[in-house]
Design a protein around this ligand. Structure first.
Ligand SMILES: [Zn+2]
Length: 44
C-alpha cells in the first residue's frame, strides 16, 4: 500500500489520498499506463 508513484512528466512524487486515489491522474492502460501529478494534468 506504500508504493510510491512518480509523475511521468516532471518526476515529482504523487501523493495518494485514500482508498488508492491519487492527487493526479492515470492515462492509458496496462503497460502503457502513465501517471501524472495534478500540476501536469492541467497541462496535458
Ligand atoms: Zn508532474
Amino acid at each position: 500500500m506504500s508504493k510510491k508513484l512518480k509523475c511521468n512528466k516532471c518526476g515529482k512524487e504523487i501523493k495518494t489520498i485514500f482508498l488508492g486515489k491519487i492527487k493526479g491522474t492515470y492515462v492509458g492502460k496496462g503497460k502503457n499506463k502513465k501517471v501524472y501529478c495534478s500540476e501536469c494534468q492541467k497541462k496535458l
